[in-house]
Design a protein. Sequence first.
Length: 299
Amino acid sequence: MPGNDVDLLLGTAVTAIDRSGSRIELADGSAITYDRLLLTPGASPRRLDVPGGDLGGVRYLRTAGDSERLGAALADAGQVVIVGAGWIGLEVTAAAREQGCEVTVVEPEPGALLRSIGPEMGETFADLHRAHGVTFRFGEAVIELRGSGGRVAAAVTSTGAELPADLVVVGIGAVPNTALATMAGLEIENGVIVDAALRTSDEAIYAAGDVANAFHPLLGRQVRVEHWANALNQGPAAARSMLGQPVSYDRVPYFYSDQYELSMETCGLPEPGRYDQVVYRGTGRAWNSSRSGWLAGPS
């Protein structure tokens, strides 16, 4: 983008950050100096580390290409096992059912979306999926994948159940890509620690997006948000901060999910233990928490 004085280096890997020399080192042996550096390496899907985890037909969802390949695979799959009843797992579950697949969801927690929105609304989503023919196996974990001809054929759970599977989709969270920051000696804890101005423990280095565990002024604690809305808004804020403008990133975390006929939008972080009560209003279900200040429900 020469008109904006931006050099875009595609297919170029950064191998190290030399903080003392204020430069990044590239895989081809060259280096680029910086006055300010922004880290936005994102996150990677957490892998299912069990025997058979490398079989064909075991899928993860992160990129647009992953989505396209998964959509094609669902069209040919009869029996699908979803590992994880979080947002990724349940959204893929809805897509699989709409393709006519038989779906079983395996989740070690006692309910769906438990860590994201608590047991009350988690059960609302679980009931929605049950109404669409989904089977849940809560309190169980997948401990092995068995295959035939190099492809997955079954998932074995911690209770010994063997679930037939043409396709296994793993949605067990994401891991922030902190390797470069760790090697550089930056402060790391569930991502790269940054302040409200998105500065790391090195005042010349900033971080944004999935990798950034940022201090949130309104919540009074560190928060790492894995949603495109956060990356969309945090990037420009980091740029302003790097240019010396006053920045206090205090946007309320936002996310949404569409599953079957239900759409949900959430502002805030309604995690278990961080709200006082659940209130249902209207013909559908709306819910809020006076303490955390969040409101969500069908839209």
